[in-house]
Design a binder for this molecule. Structure first.
Ligand code: PGA
Length: 261
């Protein structure tokens, strides 16, 4: 299987392209289920989506969404809480139904139970139609750190020290655990868009796409997903094997593939 890779001039163009993929999907299927990610990378993507809503192009009323992960434990007002991130970057700006958009509850005192219930909620809603992923510098997807089992479901995990460094803020200590969708949960999504920006991601993007499929690089499993679209800016693409052709407008082709499968 060939991985579809689109390479964009810069972060702005990358964000625009990823927003187009999700916007188009939502227009075609208003009651779809998205899987959302947090972090630095998708910030402008959410901004673009909110803009499309403002301009009257998108309606989020029927959307269902599940976020990949959440820190554990977090207080309701923790600055790094992903629930807050989603409200700030998207949900406060569009007409989502708050009962239909989900982030694992990092404030609970029963995290294992929350993780099992979250997995079940995804299953009951019919699974994720389109999942957005970032990639950590160590190859993690969600908080599935190196070594994660391929058949893992939503569960409580320890956060790798490299990841903690990436996220840490001086003002608030970072929780050392998280609740994350598992690798299996992610791989069950019908379509996946992996988004990466900047030279700090170049090396791991190449290992994930061109290296062996190994638990040491959790994102490498994505090579086996039948409908994966990798969207990069030029910096993140600077180390990938030249044999990848730049598939600049993959939306239509992937939609056809999904329709035929
Ligand atoms: P970033 O995080 O977008 O902040 O680089 C991505 C990730 O760690 O998955």
């Amino acid at each position: 299987m060939t991985v579809s890779v689109s390479i964009h001039e810069n972060y702005d163009r990358l964000s625009e392209q990823v927003a187009r993929i999700f916007a188009r999907h939502l227009l075609n299927t208003p009651d779809t289920t998205f899987g959302f990610a947090t972090g630095e990378t998708p910030k402008q993507f959410y901004e673009r989506l909110a803009e499309l809503y403002d301009r009257g192009f998108l309606d989020f009323q029927q959307l269902k969404a599940f976020n990949l992960d959440e820190f554990y434990p977090v207080g309701p007002d923790h600055p790094k809480r992903f629930k807050r991130y989603m409200d700030r970057h998207l949900y406060d700006h569009v007409n989502v139904d708050p009962r239909q958009v989900h982030v694992p509850d990092g404030t609970t005192d029963q995290p294992e139970k929350e993780a099992r219930a979250y997995e079940e909620k995804i299953r009951r809603s019919g699974g994720i139609d389109l999942q957005l992923l970032g990639i950590g510098c160590n190859g993690h997807i969600g908080f599935n750190e190196p070594g994660s089992a391929w058949d893992s479901e939503t569960r409580v995990v320890s956060i790798a020290s490299q990841t903690r460094e990436q996220y840490s803020v001086e003002s608030e200590p970072l929780p050392d655990q998280a609740i994350t969708m598992g690798i299996k949960t992610i791989m069950h999504s019908s379509r996946i868009v992996l988004m990466a920006s900047g030279t700090r991601k170049a090396e791991i993007v190449n290992r994930a796409l061109n290296g062996p499929v190994t638990r040491e690089v959790p994102a490498s499993i994505l090579q086996l997903h039948p409908h994966l679209q990798v969207c990069l800016d030029q910096q993140a693409a600077s180390r990938i094997d030249e044999s990848y052709t730049n598939d600049e407008d993959p939306v239509e082709r992937i939609e056809q593939e999904v329709a035929q499968s």
